[in-house]
Design a protein around this ligand. Structure first.
Ligand SMILES: C[S@@+](CC[C@H](N)C(=O)[O-])C[C@H]1O[C@@H](n2cnc3c(N)ncnc32)[C@H](O)[C@@H]1O
Length: 198
């Protein structure tokens, strides 16, 4: 699967950050987005609960580069562990990232941790399904669907650089799509790129 076209907008911004911290690909899955950044020479932490997903990312990197790149690191983690009541048990506590990107994953109790763990002047890139999506397919559980305006509201105290909410045709949005017959495939999504105040 190809990286999100949103990253092409984001990469120029990332180039200008002075932070030496890595980018977190939170709930990275097969790593399609983090891999794109590693290939553009940015340090990335690939984080997911699924060990085999992380193994897949490693094997994609080794098959492309012949070895694991030192700019890629791996973190097997459950972002939904119930012990969040204890401050120290929060998975992102004490961590610092130049940017956190989250694609196709939603766990609302993480929102504040995400905001805290981005370095001042760093970025969040978030893209996932909205409440309009169930007409096209899964997910249908409201816990996994953004409400109207939810991301913009969440990051209203940050500088909002890109904000989109609507219906996209995935195959048209992705010029590199390899879908055999290029059929229309609609998704209702929200996207945001926001910069944390310095
Ligand atoms: C729909 S996939 C999205 C993968 C990737 N972000 C992308 O857009 O291609 C959702 C990912 O969330 C991960 N995930 C689900 N629950 C998780 C949890 N509790 N902690 C960490 N990762 C989790 C899954 O393993 C899966 O890789």
């Amino acid at each position: 699967m190809n990286h999100s076209p949103l990253l092409e907008k984001f990469i120029a911004l990332l180039d200008e950050t002075e932070s030496l911290d890595p980018v977190l690909d939170l709930a990275c899955g097969s790593g399609r987005n983090g891999l794109y950044l590693v290939n553009q020479k940015f340090p990335v932490v690939f984080a997911d609960i699924n060990e085999s997903a992380l193994e897949q990312v490693k094997s994609t990197l080794t098959s492309k580069h012949g070895e694991l790149k030192s700019s890629a690191s791996f973190w097997q983690v459950d972002f939904e562990q119930d012990s969040f009541l204890q401050e120290k048990a929060k998975p992102l506590a004490g961590k610092s990232f130049a940017a956190i990107m989250v694609f196709r994953y939603l766990h609302r109790p993480l929102f504040e941790q995400i905001k805290q763990s981005v370095t001042a002047g760093g970025y969040v890139v978030y893209e996932t399904f909205t409440v309009e999506h169930p007409q096209f397919g899964r997910p249908k559980n409201p816990n996994f669907l953004l409400k109207q305006g939810e991301l913009a509201e969440l990051f209203s105290d940050w500088e909002i650089i890109h904000n989109f909410e609507g219906i996209i045709d995935v195959n048209k949005a992705d010029a590199n799509s390899t879908d055999a017959n290029n059929e229309s495939r609609k998704q209702a999504i929200a996207q945001i790129i926001a910069r944390k105040p310095k």
